[in-house]
Design a protein around this ligand. Structure first.
Ligand SMILES: Cc1cc2nc3c(=O)[nH]c(=O)nc-3n(C[C@H](O)[C@H](O)[C@H](O)COP(=O)(O)OP(=O)(O)OC[C@H]3O[C@@H](n4cnc5c(N)ncnc54)[C@H](O)[C@@H]3O)c2cc1C
Length: 385
């Protein structure tokens, strides 16, 4: 409920509002994820997991779904848990917010960049359209890949954790898989970074520049800092037959050998792998195309098992979508009270969304962070001012 004597003003530096909502989810807007247990939900955040416990306790996924419904947007769930507006069009989301802004007489200034903020008795905002005063302020400036973009927040006394990209795909410029296998996907592979503890499972896609797909994006998010430290040069291991272990893979290959001894290994892909990938790995294992299974030596079977289990790919660089898909880094979380989203340094200054050092994996989790932190900040301002 908005108080009649309260005036809300939005400052937007670009010429349009909600541009990320508009382009999100390929124009469909993946609003949230049907993950209703908060203890499960927080597992999707490489950064901010502990802090979000307090936030989601106040505004959960269930409350988000109900909030959108109350405001005219029905959300539907896809098989993998991702939720979209029933219209399948992000314009529905944009329109919902614009209608609410109109209903509550919220003023919107576009092409109005906030350059500096000073706190005296009130906040003084220096913007590209002049100076404004405010009693309370929510900073919802989003993520940015350049640390200079946070200077105006830093100048208020807040610590900024250096921004680096999260959610990127792996470039393999010197691997022949991108040339020979692009377009292939494996439903449940496991990807890991050699000599680290990081490994994630899920669909993996081979693209014309390297490796992509949900498991790769998840690994990029959880190991974002480590990849940055390695300057995006790393050895990636892929288990194409996850959850099989090396022993199980070898045993399975021997079983196939016994059952199909007259057939060529090339004729029948095992483990439900795409034929092109199976043939490629058989070739890499130096298996003779002319020979039947019966004549394949144990040495070659072991080599194939190892390739199925632990193919090595040299990552040299990353690819992000439309600049950085999501930013790892931002306002340091220790300086924010997550019961209210209020700054611990400057009273009546609130933060929400990606400007904080919080980011999620793909699947609607980044917007859920934005909705929940925004709701808590708005409620706190309503109660405290
Ligand atoms: C291509 C793409 C697709 C995505 N798809 C999804 C998806 O489907 N689901 C999902 O959960 N997440 C998705 N994300 C991530 C999601 O869009 C962001 O996490 C989310 O938009 C963050 O919301 P926010 O309000 O914190 O920041 P933003 O949406 O970035 O909004 C911040 C706004 O503040 C303005 N601003 C910044 N600085 C200033 C200043 N100094 N003065 C005035 N204005 C300023 C910016 O211009 C911007 O409009 C996607 C991201 C990208 C890039």
């Amino acid at each position: 409920m908005q108080r009649p004597n309260v005036h809300i003003q939005i400052f937007e530096k670009s010429d349009k509002l909600l541009s990320k909502v508009k382009i999100s989810g390929g124009g469909r807007c993946n609003v949230t994820n049907h993950c209703l247990e908060n203890s499960e939900l927080i597992k999707n955040y490489p950064r901010g997991r502990k802090e979000l416990v307090q936030v989601f306790a106040q505004f959960s996924v269930e409350q988000t779904i109900a909030w959108f419904l109350q405001n005219g947007v029905t959300l539907v769930t896809e098989e993998d848990g991702r939720m979209f507006p029933k219209s399948n069009n992000s314009d529905t989301m944009v329109q919902c917010f614009l209608n609410l802004a109109k209903k509550h007489n919220i003023s919107i200034l576009t092409k109005c960049e906030v350059f500096a903020i000073q706190k005296h008795q009130h906040f003084i905002l220096k913007t590209s359209q002049g100076v404004f005063e405010a009693d309370a302020l929510i900073c919802a400036a989003g993520g940015h890949h350049k640390s200079g973009a946070y200077d105006w927040i830093k100048n208020l006394g807040h610590k900024i954790d250096a921004p680096i990209p999260s959610l990127f795909t792996f470039n393999l410029p010197h691997s022949n898989i991108k040339k020979e296998l692009q377009g292939i996907s494996v439903a449940n592979a496991k990807v890991s970074v050699q000599k680290t503890k990081f490994n994630y499972e899920g669909p993996v896609l081979i693209t014309h520049w390297g490796l992509s797909g949900p498991a790769v994006l998840k690994l990029s998010a959880f190991a974002a800092k480590e990849f940055n430290d390695l300057n995006y040069l790393a050895t990636i291991l892929v288990n194409w037959v996850h959850p099989f272990t090396i022993e199980e893979t070898e045993a399975e290959l021997k079983k196939i050998q016994a059952a199909k001894h007259k057939a060529s290994p090339f004729s029948n892909p095992a483990f439900h792998l795409p034929k092109r990938l199976w043939d490629f790995l058989c070739e890499q294992a130096d298996i003779d195309k002319q020979k039947p299974w019966a004549e394949i030596s144990l040495k070659h079977i072991r080599k194939l098992a190892l390739l199925l289990q632990q193919s090595e790919y040299k990552m040299e660089g990353k690819t992000t979508f439309k600049e950085e898909f999501v930013t790892c880094g931002g306002v340091n979380l220790k300086e924010v009270d997550f019961k209210t989203m209020q700054s611990k340094i400057i009273p009546k200054l609130y933060f929400c969304g990606e400007v904080l050092n919080i980011d999620g994996i793909t699947g609607g989790f980044n917007f859920q962070n934005a909705w929940s932190t925004a709701w808590v900040a708005a409620k706190s301002i309503h109660l405290n001012n």
